[in-house]
Ligand binder design. Sequence first.
Ligand code: ZN
Ligand code: ZN
Length: 163
Amino acid sequence: MVQTDEESKVKKNPDLQPPEYKARKKIRYQNMGYNTDKHVIYVTNRLNILSHYSKHISNSNIPCCNCCGENSHVDFLGIDHIAGKNQMDSEPKLIKLGYSSKLKGKVLINWIMENNYPKGFQILCHNCNVAKGLIGNNNICTHETIRQEETFARMEEQSSFEL
Ligand SMILES: [Zn+2]
Ligand SMILES: [Zn+2]
């Protein structure tokens, strides 16, 4: 069905939606069944992945961010492509397993599980993930840049003491 500009504008702005539209949308979401078995499987698989990489990369028994340590809730965490989503398209080991940067959401989660948690991923909180992905940050979270600067500053301080 072709959508007119007017219709898409209404869809994007809840204030413009007539009450019937909102009610229909609510029913549709309810019917999608967020409590169905499929959703439970998704949540379980996601938790397994968060736990696995946190254990192996951050040495933590509970899911946490590998950069800042955030561990208050799994909703704040996500799966990060360490080398970058698109860069991983040219990683021979991952290509062999059928990796593609097009894998997203549930499909990515299923792929990671089916391939027994391949290397190349880590868990980051959404804050660190966004900072890492900002243009000009070269795939490094700002926390890491600050840590490096502090280390250099300390090293400089120490070397000037020795002079
Ligand atoms: Zn973090
Ligand atoms: Zn960070």
